[in-house]
Design a binder for this molecule. Sequence first.
Ligand code: ZN
Length: 289
Amino acid sequence: MKNLILTAFTLLLCGSELSLGAPMNALIIDGQNNHDWKATTPVLKRILEESGLFKVDVATAPRDGQDLSGFRPKFSDYQVVVSNYNGESWPQETRSDFVNYVQSGGGFVSVHAANNSFPDWKAYNEIIGLGGWGGRNEKSGPYVRYVEGKVVRETAPGVGGSHGMQHAFAVEVRDSRHPITAGLPAKWMHAKDELYDRLRGPAENLTVLATAHADPATKGSGQHEPMLMVIAYGKGRVFHTTLGHSVEAMKCVGFMATLQRGAEWAASGKVTQRIPQDFPTADKVSSRE
Ligand code: ZN
């Protein structure tokens, strides 16, 4: 009986926290990207809002070649900042604001090509852990791969960042103790997407949560490459998803649920969401309109 009362009390507490908690503030950054940010930002915004946890603003940087000096989002007003930005360097003050924001406990989520950004900005690369393109190579840091049951850092020289042909592929959870991946199927089919491989970066305080095999048959690296990662930077929490090349890829329930869970964790340090009923399985893609 005592246990029952305790359980009921705990449920009541959790329930009230979920229903009465004020939404957290999230900020999506876009405005420059070699991907269709005008189409994908509304999708990211809707995914975050559908969790019921976030109120979402968007900060759109001036277009490539225009004056960026006035671009200074107030990061500290947000629990989590989500980057859909791959473009020119930000002004120095904006970069310092961003580093201070994460350092002092702000949440950050890097989506797909956001990890192509800022190859020469040291702190940004420490925050995202791994990145690609923009001249990245062995000087940027190691490759991080999953080999025979463990995460391996490889310092061999070579290009940072590539991908094969777009296709649907299996994502394999490598750390099911983390709140973001806890309860997910060990293996699930992701909708057609670019499978980023050969990423390089400082990879400090980085935990690989899930990988995918970059099959040479689709012109991949032949390695099990990180798809979902978390990075600790100062007091800040970073969720890095390499998935999400297009709207089609973002309609995958696996992309949606991991983004929602990753953003909640980056913002608050915990995950209160259930795994959706229509989450993809080991052999079946599941996408929503
Ligand atoms: Zn892409």
